[in-house]
Structure formats: structure tokens, C-alpha cells
Design a protein around this ligand. Structure first.
Ligand code: CU
Length: 176
């Protein structure tokens, strides 16, 4: 069988592309970028209870920042049209060089929770708790934006995360 020279070049280029794509995904997942998908480990909540500001203990606690371990904090965030609580009215404060687990849910429609300039990027889904653990480094300020179109005020839906020196940090939700 005679394969034309250009045909061979394209076959080779296709193989290189496929290998490069697989390589990129593998590098992102197991290499320095540490990219991971958000799964359903956060479990579910009663969306109407969240909408009525009823928070039932371990499933979804009163929105705020909790100290849950040594240098480990939990942040419970409710997204609703068109604010993050906490985050919008008051910033989410976390200490520098800490590990933070976010629990995010929505009181109404699907929202997004993206920490600008980082790989923290997830959906806030009514009835579902999005759980993700991230590490924060030096003191700085991050913007948080909703990146799922959620209604007329979507473009105004934003918040702030302040990474503060650990001696200035005070957990709003208390410890444990
Ligand atoms: Cu939104």
C-alpha cells in the first residue's frame, strides 16, 4: 500500500497532537498546577431551608469562617441573587499560609464561585454543597466573581477574600 507523503505528515501530526493533549491534562492533574475536579463529596442540603436561612449543623453551617483543625479553616458560603454571604457585604477573611475548605451552596439559582487569578472555580448549585479545599499563601486580596449567568444583576455579583497575617486573623464562626 502506498501512503502519500503528505498523508504521512498529517498522520504524524495528529498523533503528536493527541499525545500533547493527554500530556497537558496529565500535567495539570498530577503536576505543579494541582488541578482537580470538584466532585459531589459535599453532599446535599434542603435548598428551601437555606433560602430561609436555616442551617443545620454539620451539613451546612451558619455562613462564616470556622477553625476546624491546625491551620485548617472551613468557610461556608451561600450564594444568592446577587450576593455571596459572606464575601459581598463583608469580605471572607482567612489567615495566610493556611488550608481552607470551602462549602458553597445556592439559595436560589445556579451561581458560580470563582476566585479570580487562581484555579478555584466551581458552581454553586441549589440543594448541593460544593466542597473544595485550597491553600492560601502570603497576605493578599482576591476578588470572587459569579461566573454563571444568574439573572439581571449577575454582573454585579462579586465578593472579596482577604488573606491576612495570621496574627490579625479572627475566625468569625468560632472554632471546631
Ligand atoms: Cu450569580
Amino acid at each position: 500500500m502506498n501512503v502519500h507523503r503528505f498523508e504521512k505528515v498529517w498522520i504524524a501530526a495528529s498523533i503528536v497532537l493527541v499525545v500533547a493533549w493527554i500530556g497537558t491534562v496529565t500535567y495539570g492533574a498530577v503536576g505543579p498546577p494541582g488541578i482537580a475536579m470538584v466532585d459531589d463529596a459535599g453532599g446535599t442540603v434542603d435548598q428551601s431551608a437555606i433560602a430561609n436561612n436555616q442551617f443545620d449543623g454539620p451539613t451546612f453551617r451558619e455562613p462564616g469562617v470556622y477553625e476546624v483543625g491546625e491551620n485548617h479553616y472551613a468557610v461556608y458560603v451561600v450564594a444568592r441573587q446577587f450576593t455571596f454571604t459572606p464575601g459581598s457585604a463583608e469580605p471572607i477573611q482567612v489567615p495566610a499560609n493556611s488550608r481552607v475548605t470551602f462549602y458553597v451552596t445556592s439559595a436560589d439559582v445556579i451561581h458560580g464561585f470563582e476566585v479570580v487569578g487562581t484555579n478555584v472555580n466551581a458552581m454553586a448549585i441549589p440543594g448541593q454543597v460544593t466542597k473544595m479545599t485550597v491553600e492560601f499563601g502570603e497576605p493578599t486580596t482576591y476578588g470572587v466573581v459569579c461566573h454563571e449567568y444568574c439573572g439581571a444583576g449577575h454582573h454585579t455579583m462579586a465578593g472579596t477574600i482577604e488573606v491576612v497575617p495570621s496574627e490579625e486573623f479572627q475566625a468569625t464562626g468560632g472554632s471546631a
